[in-house]
Design a protein around this ligand. Structure first.
Ligand code: HEM
Length: 516
């Protein structure tokens, strides 16, 4: 029994023995409730066990408890901010296909098996169903004044298809990205200037993660809103800090609503209120930024490559104004931390390979403005990025609901089963990659077997794949190339990584950028 359980139990037992019997003894009511609850829990536990042993197709996995399912694990055996390690441990205990049970009794199947992953992620679905984050769904549905739908990230079916068609064409177009290249070069240079001014004499940069977050903000907001917003200026405005903090809280609250006690579904708990505050802050700041961007756009020529995405979304008559605003919010929220964390992970991993940093530098020209051709002529940049995404992806698993019945790991699963596809864990299995736990960018230039490249899916797979992929890849290439032109990267010790619904570095991150 848990510690609070022991207290509760001893409190009730003390009352039962010491209280004289009154005419109408209300004190026994809580005891009765406790007893009834205990009986129900025990009977259900016995029944669950009986049903499980009769059912040979039951997937391996932790034992579910009545009313709690297997979530108790995340409140006892595992830490919520170390969920990536919890899943690695469960794969070791139960094998590459296992099931968890939600407090409501639904099954969630986790897979790290190559065949199972290929089957789920390559299934041809026109409208792949990615289970929505419930807390976002509940809140947005409660605010029809602000949201016409739950947004591209959380919407499903035809509504999702409509949003996807109208919102992502520009973002995924190679031409748009090409047009954004000069501006992206400037953003990267400003980021390097910010790093330079934050460096101590020996090259140490404290709070590197905060600086990358500002870079994520500047580039994603620049891309979406069509203008530079000043997040990379030496002294960051209060608004930028507010937005960055709200995005972090937003992700954490989603994580806690998903893996923590689901009390927020029954009452507006502190968790729910925290989530709502963060969503409202993001909405307010992004609305202000959109208004300012609109005002600037009205007074300027429309041929600027940067403004294309924002203008196309604003001018699209097929979209509700509320959907336009929600889209900008979703793009910004989905883009900032993912991009920033990926850069921290990439530099951290590269710090262990000074030889590879030399190779990158030797492939680059010395000029500061880099073109797409300069980047293509440096294959070691791509190899380092691919390898960092393989070994330490910021999104280590993808969620799907099965469209059709499927057999995974020898178990028949009905359509509608909730599956977590752990691409990150699969990429660290020796049967899928040669020396799987090591950061070896050379595997991408001359492949050593095994080399299951299709498992590396940092941006997801299929039609629900991340629409920001092209932009992020371009930006990471540029950033890495520019950093390597100027400095080599050093890091002491191991980076502490935590699960904030995404894998994130534990803040603050300190590293050294040393002159060549
Ligand atoms: C390193 C940076 C990024 C990573 C690792 C990343 C990763 C992902 C992943 C894994 C998904 C789920 C895909 C799936 O279920 O198959 C996703 C979805 C999404 N991402 Fe990204 N992302 C990044 C940056 C961005 C950026 C910069 C934007 C916007 C400009 C963005 C916008 C979105 C949106 C809107 C979705 C939902 C798409 C849909 O459901 O149709 N992401 N991202």
């Amino acid at each position: 029994m848990s510690l609070p359980g022991v207290f509760l139990f001893s409190y009730y037992m003390k009352n039962v023995w010491s209280t004289p019997t009154p005419l109408l003894d209300w004190s026994c009511v809580p005891t009765l409730v406790l007893l009834v609850a205990l009986v129900v829990v025990t009977v259900t536990a016995v029944l669950t066990r009986a049903v499980d042993t009769k059912n040979p197709s039951r997937l391996p996995g932790p034992q579910p408890l009545p009313f709690l399912g297997t979530r108790w694990l995340f409140w006892s055996r595992y830490k919520m901010n170390k969920l990536h390690e919890a899943y690695e441990d469960m794969f070791r205990r139960y094998g590459p296909v296992f099931a968890e049970t939600t407090p409501g009794g639904a099954t969630i199947v986790s897979i790290a098996d190559r065949e199972a992953l290929d089957a789920v992620l390559k299934a041809p679905a026109k409208r792949p169903y990615r289970p929505p984050t419930e807390i976002v769904q509940v809140y947005r549905r409660s605010r029809p004044d602000r949201y016409a739908s739950t947004g591209l990230v959380n919407e499903q079916g035809d509504k999702w298809l409509h949003l996807r068609r109208h919102l992502t064409v520009e973002l995924t177009s190679p031409n748009t990205m090409q047009g954004f290249m000069p501006e992206l070069n400037s953003i990267c240079e400003d980021f390097l200037d910010l790093l330079q001014s934050s460096r101590q004499a020996n090259g140490t940069v404290h709070g590197f993660d905060q600086l990358t977050n500002r870079m994520g903000l500047e580039s994603v907001c620049g891309l979406m809103l069509g203008s530079r917003l000043g997040f990379l200026e030496r002294r960051m405005s209060g608004r930028a800090a507010t937005l960055a903090a709200a995005v972090k809280t937003h992700f954490r609250a989603q994580r806690d609503s998903y893996y923590g006690a689901p009390l927020w579904k029954f009452a507006p708990t502190t968790l729910y209120k925290t989530f709502v505050r963060s969503e409202e802050t993001i909405h307010t700041v992004v609305s202000e930024l959109m208004e300012e961007a609109k005002a600037r756009t009205n007074g300027s020529a429309k041929d600027d490559g940067m403004q294309e995405i924002f203008l196309r979304i604003l001018e699209n008559p097929a979209l509700d104004m509320r959907d336009k605003k929600a889209a900008v919010i979703d793009f910004i929220t989905a883009g900032i931390e993912t991009l920033a964390n990926s850069l921290v992970f990439l530099l951290y991993l590269l710090s262990g390979r000074p030889d590879w940093q030399h190779t990158i530098r030797s492939e680059l020209p010395s000029c500061s403005r880099l073109s797409a051709d300069d980047l293509s002529a440096a294959p070691s940049v791509r190899a380092a990025i691919n390898e960092a995404f393989r070994l330490l992806p910021t999104a280590p698993f993808l969620a799907r609901l099965l469209d059709t019945p499927m057999t995974l790991g020898g178990h028949k699963l009905p359509a509608g089963t909730f599956v977590l596809a752990h691409t990150g864990a699969a990429c660290r299995r020796e049967e899928n990659f040669w020396r799987a736990h090591e950061f070896l960018p050379e595997r991408w230039s001359s492949s050593r077997q095994p080399h299951a490249a299709s498992l590396v899916a940092p941006f997801g797979r299929g039609r629900r794949m991340c629409p920001g992929k092209r932009f992020v890849e371009l930006e990471l290439h540029l950033l890495l190339a520019k950093i390597m032109q100027r400095w080599r990267v050093e890091f002491d010790g191991e980076l502490d990584v935590q699960f904030d619904f995404l894998l994130s570095p534990k803040s603050p991150v300190t590293l050294r950028l040393v002159e060549w």
